[in-house]
Ligand binder design. Sequence first.
Ligand SMILES: *[C@@H]1O[C@H](CO)[C@@H](O)[C@H](O)[C@H]1NC(C)=O
Ligand SMILES: *[C@@H]1O[C@H](CO)[C@@H](O)[C@H](O)[C@H]1NC(C)=O
Length: 364
Amino acid sequence: MVATIILSALALSGMAHAHIAAFAKGMYCENGTDPKNPNFNSNAPVNPLFNLTLEEMWFQRERGCDRVPPPEGVFLDIPAGGSFTVELANNQAFSHLSYDGKFTSQWPDGADHPADFNGGGVGEGCIQEAGYMHVQDEQHAQGTAFAISYQSDLNEVNLENLVVFSVLEHTPWHREATYKVPKALPACPTGGCTCAWLWVPRGCGQPNIYMQGFKCKVSGATSTTPLAKAQAPAQCDEDSSKCVSGAKQMIVWNQLTGNNVVTKDRQTPAYNLRNGFKPGAQDDIFAGAPAAPVSSATTSTTSSAAVEITSSPSAVTRIPSVTTSRPALTSDASQAVPTTFSTTVKDQSPATVTVTVTAPAACS
Ligand SMILES: *[C@@H]1O[C@H](CO)[C@@H](O)[C@H](O)[C@H]1NC(C)=O
Ligand SMILES: *[C@@H]1O[C@H](CO)[C@@H](O)[C@H](O)[C@H]1NC(C)=O
């Protein structure tokens, strides 16, 4: 029964026209475009955006997904300094949002493929049996991204307040995709933030872009410094001086209006170094240094960190960063054992203390 339904859904969508979306709780268009008739084989959010006005493409308005938010109180959790996982699939049926994940595989299409899945170099070399990936092989997958806006109301989100905060290189590829989150992302307003999953394929088909909406919330925030105004991500792979540093916009390309990047010849823009996006958490997107929430009338704050070195004797361990709630003290110190330290900051402004511990050869 279920298999028949999936088969007919796939037959309808047709493999050649299938594409990819990120499936997770908090997404717009879960169960399709009509909440009254839930569709567990929905491919509504997977279809690409091409030659549309900015208003039409914005959060998939042209297919109505912007009007199908998640239920009240459901958000995609974005843990500050951590990571979150979504499922990249070409149909909701191949994610855990449908059928308890019964039809999932390691891949976005619920099927099995070899580890070195590739197009065999025929023609442009594109993978034919998984055309939804628009790519030759994993190395050519040119990256997907997540952006966040601190506006709860989708109608208030615009190119300048929607900031790319995480980039995952060489995706889409496997179904599970894990995105790293900047440590300094501030908390969202009560109504949550608005997030977008983003992708520009390298080629292998119509030169489209992808943008898909989520209601999201940042957990474990330790900073209140807002995000900077996003700027268009200029192509800069041939001249790094043209790279835009800091907060960057999503890529709008090959649309009727709103295009914000220009590429050379037939090149596609990308969520990778070609357009100045480093892989991983985008830690340079803030309007200033991290700032702790204002606490009531305290004059001193103590923060401590216990560091355990479990690596081999000659290894070098780097402790990412310890953020106390009172910066101003910014130090970068190298120290050998002892491996436990604590910092007491008696100052009015927030501090980020980065300690690099180098375990000497004698240390066991
Ligand atoms: C884009 O849309 C415009 C207006 O609808 C149309 O005239 C044009 O042919 C389209 N371009 C492509 C490449 O489809
Ligand atoms: C989608 O359908 C499932 C199964 O009925 C349900 O649990 C879930 O809440 C639905 N999602 C939305 C957004 O309505």
